[in-house]
Design a protein around this ligand. Structure first.
Ligand code: PMP
Length: 360
């Protein structure tokens, strides 16, 4: 089969080495004669998977002891509801910084539970889309937490600043988790759908500071209650065991490659290769200011949208898959998560160069 590189924003590429290992052990996992999918989540074999994966994730992200890791259902959108239900207490509002599509969607969900103080933090800098410095984000006094989305998957915007506050910071890290080291101690809650940098869809990672457990309103569904999930070790109901196991294999892969410092270097090299090429060309453009360009999701436009169909068709035929931008923004988008090798980005750049030569 020809070499295929999948630039999908999610579900996204899983490291080829991990897929191969999973395939090899699929029908006879751990010498049990069955797959890992078919055993009880409470079996000692699966509990070992659960423990090891949490240990590896803690090591990768240097998660402090006063933080809990929850392996949940419901995706990031589930967390859009779970966060206010768990953290509002008696408050009527919370601070929600709006830097793009996903932060905006979290605000829409939060409106069911409170009157969010929604702040548009986008701006224009040098004619490009950018984000206001965090020191200029107007926060309210009565908000029990500040929510933001550090990587806007659709807009291709990354926010490296953190809100300037003593309140718990809640971050939707769905499309940036594990792409580089972070200081977990600066956050109250970090959550992420797995289907970009962690593993298959169906698993959601939540990292929550100990003092934020047990604040949930009584009407919260138990499967979203951080305290219940912690007390039951993420097994209040049957967890997505296969996705959890596979995530554990991805964590081992990351550790083998040298952890998140090494991953950051790889990711910066990939992103620079693509952005530098786009900036050097008159045919392609990316309209995000360099201060806020995403390491993971690179949207770009062709000289004229009339060429979009031809570009996508020829890219697909060349083994470069899923480059179509999100329907709300159009154009192209290359998602270059951890599992995308630099060879894939080089293949994309080579294709773009050749497409430009024949269509400029
Ligand atoms: N937040 C971000 C930043 C995302 O990229 C996505 C999915 N693309 C979501 C939330 C929604 O995730 P899910 O489909 O897991 O609910």
């Amino acid at each position: 089969m020809e070499k295929v590189y999948n630039f999908c924003a999610g579900p996204a590429m899983i490291p080829a080495e991990v897929l191969k290992k999973v395939q090899e052990e699929l029908v006879n996992w751990n010498g049990l004669g069955t797959s890992v999918m078919e055993i009880s989540h409470r079996s000692k074999e699966f509990l070992a998977v659960a423990q090891q994966s949490e240990k590896d994730l803690r090591e990768l992200l240097a998660i402090p002891a006063n933080y809990h890791v929850l392996f949940c259902h419901g995706g990031a959108r589930g967390q859009f509801a779970a966060v206010p239900m768990n953290l509002l207490g008696d408050a009527q509002t919370a601070d929600y910084m709006d830097g793009g599509y996903w932060a905006h969607s979290a605000i829409a969900e939060a409106k069911k539970y409170c009157e969010p103080n929604a702040v548009d933090i986008t701006c224009e800098r040098d004619g490009k889309k950018a984000i206001l410095p965090a020191s200029e984000w107007p926060l309210s006094d009565d908000a029990p937490f500040v929510h933001f989305c550090p990587n806007e998957t659709i807009d291709g915007i990354e926010i490296r600043d953190l809100p300037d506050t003593d309140k718990p910071i809640v971050a939707d890290m769905s499309s940036t988790i594990l792409s580089r080291p972070i200081d977990v101690s600066k956050y109250g809650v970090i959550y992420a759908g797995a289907q970009k940098n962690v593993g298959p869809a169906g698993l959601t990672i939540v990292i929550v500071r100990d003092d934020l457990l047990g604040k949930a309103k009584q009407v919260i569904p138990s499967i979203f209650d951080y305290k219940v999930l912690f007390d039951k070790e993420s097994m209040f109901n049957t967890p997505p065991t296969f996705a959890w196991y596979l995530a554990g294999e991805v964590f081992k892969w990351l550790k083998d490659l040298g952890g998140l410092e090494a991953m950051q270097k790889r990711n910066e090299a990939k992103a620079n290769l693509l952005y530098d090429f786009i900036d050097s060309s008159d045919f392609y453009k990316n309209n995000v200011h360099p201060d806020n360009r995403s390491l993971m999701n690179v949207p770009f436009q062709l000289k004229t949208p009339e060429l979009d169909g031809k570009f996508l068709e020829q890219a697909d035929a060349a083994g470069l898959k899923a480059l179509q931008g999100h329907r709300v923004v159009g154009g192209m988008r290359a998602s270059i998560y951890n599992a995308m090798p630099i060879e894939g980005v080089q293949a994309l750049v080579d294709f773009m160069q050749q497409f430009e030569q024949t269509n400029a």
